[in-house]
Design a protein around this ligand. Sequence first.
Ligand SMILES: *[C@@H]1O[C@H](CO)[C@@H](O)[C@H](O)[C@H]1NC(C)=O
Ligand SMILES: *[C@@H]1O[C@H](CO)[C@@H](O)[C@H](O)[C@H]1NC(C)=O
Ligand SMILES: *[C@@H]1O[C@H](CO)[C@@H](O)[C@H](O)[C@H]1NC(C)=O
Ligand SMILES: *[C@@H]1O[C@H](CO)[C@@H](O)[C@H](O)[C@H]1NC(C)=O
Ligand SMILES: *[C@@H]1O[C@H](CO)[C@@H](O)[C@H](O)[C@H]1NC(C)=O
Ligand SMILES: *[C@@H]1O[C@H](CO)[C@@H](O)[C@H](O)[C@H]1NC(C)=O
Length: 417
Amino acid sequence: MNVMEVTVVVVMVLMISASGEGRVAAPIEYSAISCRGHTASILEFGGVGDGKTLNTAAFQRAVNELSKYASDGGAQLFVPAGEWLTGSFNLTSHFTLYLHKHAILLASQDIKSWGVVDPLPSYGLGRDAAGGRYISLTFGTNLTDVVITGENGTIDGEGGVWWQQFHKKKLKYTRPYLIEIMHSHKIQISNLTFLNSPSWNLHPVYSSDIIIKGITILAPVTSPNTDGINPVKSGWDEYGIKYGMPTKQLTIRRLTCVSPYSAAIALGSEMSGEIEDVRAEDIKAVNTESVFWMTGNYGSHADIHYDPNALPEIKGFNYRDVVEENVTMAARLEGISGDPFTGICMSNVTIGMAKKAKKYPWTCSEIKGITSRVVPQPCSLLPDKGRDKRVMCDFPTDTLPIDDLKLQKCSYVKNYL
Ligand SMILES: *[C@@H]1O[C@H](CO)[C@@H](O)[C@H](O)[C@H]1NC(C)=O
Ligand SMILES: *[C@@H]1O[C@H](CO)[C@@H](O)[C@H](O)[C@H]1NC(C)=O
Ligand SMILES: *[C@@H]1O[C@H](CO)[C@@H](O)[C@H](O)[C@H]1NC(C)=O
Ligand SMILES: *[C@@H]1O[C@H](CO)[C@@H](O)[C@H](O)[C@H]1NC(C)=O
Ligand SMILES: *[C@@H]1O[C@H](CO)[C@@H](O)[C@H](O)[C@H]1NC(C)=O
Ligand SMILES: *[C@@H]1O[C@H](CO)[C@@H](O)[C@H](O)[C@H]1NC(C)=O
């Protein structure tokens, strides 16, 4: 076991279906990292938003055509109200995909028609199956300056058929995501709703300068691996170590997450390429499986060739100003035998235990740390430093580049929608 592996990041909630007709008058306005010099509608490329016509070729034609403006102010593609059935298409640089409020991209359920790409090099293998991976619905690699946004338009993965096939172990390759962006920088995903992804929803990887904001992600709580946003991974066992690209400088703010079968925020699993400087604030976890949970034995390996002696150094966890209600287990913190998780700090944490709580609210092993003003009384491995106000676990005070990002106001007068 060479990584600390916990559960996956999951932001999944109730099922709500968005539908309806409607047109907005020009001008439209939105905020983005870049505005564009050229504008087109999917209708100009033969798109038909009737929910039945397959638009894969129309989308790919549109992107290919608009990529010609990359060095001339960039281009944006409007998707008007309607249901746009499509298979996977690839994005391009200096490009904006904008979905109208009542635009729904509907992923094709014809599994045979999905292309296959290689496993991620830091994973070595696909996550569901050993071979390749079905390409994501919207895919981009080696890009710069891409915006996927809209007035809360919807990208619907129609995942049901994939979940069934996954449960029946009938899939030849790993399920697709709704958006995967690889080897890219300056990416914005905002003001959209993501529905029923076949698997993970948003997967930026080997990329930097990514902003994801103002989005809603919905899937049945029982759907398999429909993780919301998945940046908190960095590879699997020996493949992750070899690829050696850590996840770092991650800021999570104002997240609300309903997750009865998983964590609201999870680091890992698959983090063998290291992960550092993750900050989370203003988090609301509703009906969540866990808040304080660490394990050194997630029990999942790419293959048998991992190095059992490649143990991780897991340290520096600060939790503060947390209020919990109706909790059955206060914390389960389990490091690795002979390789403890250290530097755990918890201050100003009030855990309201449920009527039917576990007899011992804390389970601790192979960890080191301190606590201050934590109720109920923590395990002995996390000694209480008293009610002294000065014992306060640190939250970083330096700023990250994302804090200085200024979005531009983009506005278009043409009535494309
Ligand atoms: C999209 O990109 C993938 C990976 O680079 C490639 O395999 C596929 O052929 C591309 N699809 C199109 C339609 O260009
Ligand atoms: C994309 O970037 C990666 C990493 O820099 C590189 O290894 C790969 O060859 C590039 N792929 C393409 C299609 O340019
Ligand atoms: C966007 O739509 C989803 C699904 O209908 C909804 O839950 C969410 O509140 C909407 N977001 C905004 C900002 O209106
Ligand atoms: C996008 O979402 C943000 C909230 O995250 C909201 O303030 C803003 O008005 C939205 N913009 C549009 C164009 O819907
Ligand atoms: C303790 O946490 C609560 C919220 O969880 C916060 O309102 C309060 O200000 C915190 N106390 C101190 C001393 O920071
Ligand atoms: C506490 O949680 C249980 C389910 O675990 C639920 O049935 C009960 O209504 C909750 N109580 C309160 C006060 O929220």
